[in-house]
Structure formats: structure tokens, C-alpha cells
Design a protein around this ligand. Structure first.
Ligand SMILES: [Zn+2]
Length: 425
């Protein structure tokens, strides 16, 4: 349905190219006849378009299979070496840069440590630019062969050529990351951390840039390659220090008017409740995000280590058999169930994938309880149609997900999409 709708507003030939390329990319190797069956395109169209794709080196022949009594059929597949995509994870404690081929096999990777409390914009920009050069050099891939750089960042990303980032909990307010990576020389004076005179690196990158919220990029990775694979209506619910969600409806990530959709963590579950780091009260994040949860743990249990970093702190809470800790976890599961129940009622997903490092830790221990709590908070019918599963890609899938932004644009024939993440080519 979505394909049909989109084809009416886009050049038909390019639409056919995208449909066939997506079928090969996600459906694996296939003969022309199988492609026709899978896409509903005529034999003549499949023949024409695959001819163009072969000529461009986007797909290749991958052997033949015999057919009953007739000529053997040629099997086609996407050419993983046609180009490369770089994915960048700008995280709490690191900047990670990875280079993938089009089959999403990792070719090179570099990681720079960041001090959690200090997210110096200029330093992060320098790490990203250095990382891009380094992974290309390490993999022996020239810049011309790289289709673009996807970047997953904390907070909200304004669409537009500058990819302005608003991430108060990260210490970034109005940071024009796209412009800085292009080599813009001066940060705006609104950038309070560094002031107006701070200079960014003199040279930037000319590669196309695709910037999006890290939770959304991880959601896309789970959707393409992990627990969400094959689902057209899915939600990837991500719990780390904070809480976010990536909502996919009819196969497309739902972004809202300005790209901020999916701020599930800041939906209230307790009117007038605990203060959230966004400044509001009663947000889901203040109850089930690791930061808020560990704060509650310290309030109820003298045995909670006030200096433990978050992963160790959450592990200690999950292992704590005291009545106070058990009661806190039961309450947390209830809050999470209420939050997930809201998603079920609002979006009628066929699958919810619970991910993020804290979501995975809690889910491994309490998935059945989380499902039961969700059932108590959701309407019976949509809940019965929803599977709640754990993420499969671990907590390190932000860079992979960011690279999928590049691949997505490539599958669209490299055309900028106004409905998608900030596209800065
Ligand atoms: Zn909040």
C-alpha cells in the first residue's frame, strides 16, 4: 500500500528501481521471475530495471538455478561492494565511528572516549571528522566510494541543512552539528558551553550527512536486522539512562511535524509525580530510566552504592533480594507496563521490541512481568495482537542504525527525502 501510494507521487521508473532494489536488499538473492512475483511488477519492467541496476553495478549476478525443462534462471543479488556507509554513535561516554559495506558488514571501526560530564562540541566534531578519515584509511576505501555518513546523537534534531541539536541532558543547546561538520568556523553565541569565539576545525567533510536521534537509529537497526525484522507496525522502546522510542507505522519511521516524535520517555505516567530531568513532573523516564530508577533505589535502600556508575548500579539493584529492592522493581515494572500499554493503545503495533542497555537488563530478568503489566494497562484486543520481545542487537547498535540512514537514502536512489531525517547533501 505504502509503495503504491509513494509511486503515484514519484517518478515511476525511479519508484520501480527502489521497489526492486529493496526486494533484493531485504529479501535476498532472487531470479527475475521471483522478483516479479515479490513486487507485482511486470516481466518487462523487471527486465528493464534490473538491466539498469546491473549496468550501474548496484546489483550483480550470483549464479544460476535450473528451471523445470527451461533455460536456467540467473540469480541476482544486491552488490555489497557497490559502496560504503559510515555510521557514527555520539554517546554519553564515547564517539564511535564505523564503516560498513552495503551488506552492513563492518569494515573498520574506531572509538574515542568522552568524559561523561563533558561533551565539548568542538571535541566531538573533531573526533567524528578524525574517525571518518581513519575508518576510510583502515578499510582502504576512498571518499568517492562512501555514500554518506549517518550520525546518531542524543536529543532532538531539527530538520534542515544545519542539523541543529537540542540535547539539554547532554549539555548541548542549539548545536548546529551538520554545519560544524561541514567546516563552519564559528559556533553561534547561543552555544553557552563554549561561547561565541570558539572555533571548530578549519576543514569539514564533504560527504552527505544524515543526522538523527540515536534511539531512532537504533530502532531502525532493530527493525532492519534485529527483533523487528519483517514487522510493518513496530515500536522499538529504548531504555538507557533515559527513555525513548522509535515508532514504525506501515514500514516507515514516524517522525511528526519536526522530527521529535517518539519522546515516549516524557509522557507522564504520574500527574504531579517525580521531577524529570526535562523539567516536567511524572514522566515515564523519571521512573524507569536508569538515572531516575537508581535515584529511587538510593532513596529506599541504604545498601545502594551512591557512587556506582549506572550499569553496575542497575545490576546491583536487579540482584538485590531485599524487600525494598523487590518492591521498587515491582513498581518499576508496573510503570513500564503502563508506558507500554499506552503505546499499544495509541499505535496498535504488531511487535514491541524492548531495547537499550537498561531495557535489556530489566527485560532479561522480568520480561514475563513486563508483559503482564502491559496487559493490565492496555486494551485487551490490541494487546492480544502485540508481541513484546527483547532487542537482539545489544546496546551498541547506534552506529549500525546511523549507517542505515545512508542505506535508506541509497535505496531511494540517493534522492534527498523531505520526510526523513535531516539530509545535508
Ligand atoms: Zn521528562
Amino acid at each position: 500500500m505504502a509503495e503504491a501510494r509513494r509511486r503515484t507521487v514519484r517518478d515511476l521508473r525511479r519508484g520501480n528501481r527502489e521497489v526492486l532494489l529493496r526486494a533484493l536488499y531485504f529479501g535476498g538473492p532472487a531470479s527475475r521471475q521471483e522478483l516479479g512475483t515479490a513486487t507485482g511488477l511486470s516481466a518487462a519492467t523487471v527486465s528493464n530495471v534490473t538491466g539498469d541496476l546491473l549496468a550501474d553495478g548496484v546489483i550483480v549476478e550470483a549464479g544460476q538455478v535450473g528451471s523445470d525443462g527451461g533455460r536456467p534462471r540467473v540469480i541476482l543479488r544486491a552488490n555489497a561492494e557497490h559502496g560504503y556507509a559510515i555510521g557514527v554513535d555520539v554517546g554519553e561516554t564515547h564517539v564511535r565511528v564505523e564503516l560498513f559495506d552495503l551488506g552492513m558488514a563492518e569494515q573498520a571501526k574506531v572509538e574515542y572516549a568522552l568524559r561523561p560530564a563533558r561533551h565539548d562540541v568542538e571535541l566531538v566534531v573533531r573526533h567524528i571528522l578524525a574517525g571518518i578519515d581513519l575508518v576510510m584509511a583502515e578499510a582502504g576505501v576512498s571518499q568517492e566510494r562512501v555514500l554518506g555518513v549517518g550520525i546518531g546523537v542524543p536529543g532532538l534534531v531539527e530538520r534542515g541543512p544545519d542539523a541543529v541539536i537540542h540535547a539539554p541532558t547532554y549539555g548541548w543547546q542549539g548545536v548546529p552539528l551538520g554545519a560544524l561538520l561541514r567546516g563552519a568556523s564559528v559556533l553561534p553565541s547561543s552555544q553557552g558551553l563554549l561561547g561565541a569565539q570558539t572555533r571548530s576545525p578549519r576543514t569539514g567533510t564533504e560527504l552527505p550527512l544524515y543526522v538523527d536521534n540515536g534511539a531512532k537509529t537504533m530502532g531502525q537497526a532493530e527493525l532492519w536486522f534485529g527483533a523487528g525484522r519483517g514487522a510493518r507496525h513496530a515500536i522499538v522502546a529504548l531504555i538507557g539512562s533515559g527513555v525513548g522510542a522509535s515508532i514504525v507505522t506501515d514500514g516507515m519511521t514516524y517522525r511528526g511535524a519536526n522530527g521529535s516524535a517518539g519522546e515516549w520517555g516524557h509522557t507522564p505516567i504520574a500527574v504531579g509525580g517525580r521531577l524529570c530531568r526535562c523539567g516536567a513532573r511524572g514522566c515515564l523516564e523519571a521512573y524507569v530510566g536508569a538515572e531516575g530508577l537508581l535515584e529511587r533505589y538510593r532513596e529506599v535502600s541504604p545498601s545502594a552504592d551512591p557512587l556506582a556508575e549506572e550499569v553496575a548500579g542497575l545490576a546491583a539493584l536487579l540482584a538485590d533480594g531485599s524487600a525494598a529492592a523487590r518492591e521498587l522493581m515491582a513498581d518499576t515494572v508496573t510503570c513500564l507496563g503502563a508506558g507500554l500499554g499506552n503505546l499499544v493503545n495509541l499505535f496498535n503495533p504488531e511487535r514491541i521490541v524492548l531495547g537499550g542497555w537498561a531495557g535489556l537488563m530489566m527485560g532479561r530478568r522480568h520480561l514475563e512481568d513486563i508483559r503482564a503489566a502491559t496487559a493490565r494497562h492496555a486494551l485487551a484486543q490490541p494487546y492480544a495482537q502485540t508481541a513484546i520481545e527483547l532487542g537482539q542487537l545489544g546496546a551498541d547498535a547506534v552506529a549500525l542504525g546511523a549507517a542505515t540512514l545512508v542505506i535508506d537514502a541509497f535505496l531511494l536512489d540517493s534522492a534527498p527525502r523531505t520526510t526523513d531525517a535531516a539530509v545535508l547533501s
